[in-house]
Design a protein around this ligand. Structure first.
Ligand code: PMV
Length: 316
């Protein structure tokens, strides 16, 4: 709660380091939180409601209303008027809907007078995520709720996913660059589902391999072997491209980052025709400076490992 008696809840954005898409089919993914995200605010009201931003399309309003309806039912409809704002680039693969779900869940649970653990928050946020995405793996809102680098897995048919916190002895620092507008996650995930239905064995083989990469990447993080982590990221990008999830714009940005000295670079999130690309660097500042000079929207973020004195989590 802030000084004006307003309830405040933050939901962190996320990046998937390894394993997007295959995570939908039950394989592990490695994902961590950004310091950027969505902040929700709640004021006392005679009914439970969400302030929907004017700029949204009628379809987006409908989905947001339905999603909030599910979260509010899960919290017994406390009397609160929830509004939100964000400093996260939207629809870029940085988990904006998961972050919004977590931020709303935090405010609703506070308004309901419930003392909520990160898992309670994740459970309410999950209600919203299902409305946004159709068949989400759960990695986005879980990373947002736990705010740690995690190896996440939800086996097919399981009610919920399992997360293992991955600790790093070294700072894991990324540059996150926006490489162009993209279609909604639901569309990209749906199109891949059609391809994998048709050529199931081939696609499952690739998903399995990506799952192995995510586990190898988690080991590399724990060992502080950033060169190995970078290599896993590069191989993962190649396999995402093999699944039809990259584009000329995404590939161009991946190569640009590698040419700037990235230990590894790949698309992150649903990808498809655009979205965000991540590069792993020992020192992110020169790349952020150069990309900004070239006119690209980008920021850096530390996902795990020891932080310099005075630095905030995921300094972005
Ligand atoms: O692009 P985003 O932030 O919506 O990330 C989606 C990640 C996917 O693995 C593609 C889908 C999912 O539900 O895990």
């Amino acid at each position: 709660m802030d000084s004006n008696n307003t309830l405040v809840g933050f939901g962190a954005g996320k990046v998937i380091l390894l394993g997007e898409h295959s995570v939908v089919y039950g394989y592990p993914a490695l994902a961590g939180p950004l310091s950027r995200g969505v902040t929700a605010r709640g004021e006392a009201s005679n009914k439970c409601q969400l302030v929907i931003p004017e700029a949204l399309t009628p379809e987006q309003r409908k989905v947001l209303k339905a999603a909030f309806g599910r979260a509010m039912a899960a919290c017994d409809e406390p009397g609160v008027r929830v509004s939100f704002n964000t400093d996260l680039p939207l629809s870029m693969g940085l988990g904006s809907s998961g972050a919004l779900s977590v931020a709303c869940a935090r405010v609703l649970l506070q308004a309901a007078g419930r003392k909520a653990s990160a898992m309670d928050v994740a459970n309410v946020a999950w209600e919203m995520e299902q409305e946004f995405h159709g068949t989400p793996s759960g990695v986005d809102h879980t990373t947002s709720a736990l705010e740690q680098l995690i190896l996440y897995r939800r086996k097919p048919g399981a009610e919920s996913g399992r997360s293992k916190v991955v600790e790093s002895p070294k700072p894991v620092r990324l540059v996150v660059v926006m490489a162009g507008a993209r279609s909604p996650t639901k569309t990209t995930v749906g199109a891949l589902r059609e391809r994998q239905k048709r050529w199931s064995e081939r696609y499952q083989r690739v998903f399995r391999e990506i799952g192995l990469l995510a586990s190898e990447g988690a080991e590399a993080v724990e060992e502080g072997d950033l060169e190995a982590l970078g290599d896993v990221m590069n191989v993962n990008h190649g396999l995402l491209a093999a699944l039809g999830l990259s584009s000329p714009g995404l590939d161009d940005m991946v190569h640009r980052l590698r040419n700037m000295g990235a230990l590894g670079a790949k698309l992150t999130g649903a990808g498809g025709d655009g979205g965000a690309v991540i590069g792993l660097f020992h020192d992110t500042a020169p790349a952020v400076h150069e990309l900004t000079r070239q006119g690209f929207r980008c920021f850096d973020s530390q996902l795990a490992g020891p932080r310099e004195e005075g630095a905030t989590r995921g300094a972005a």
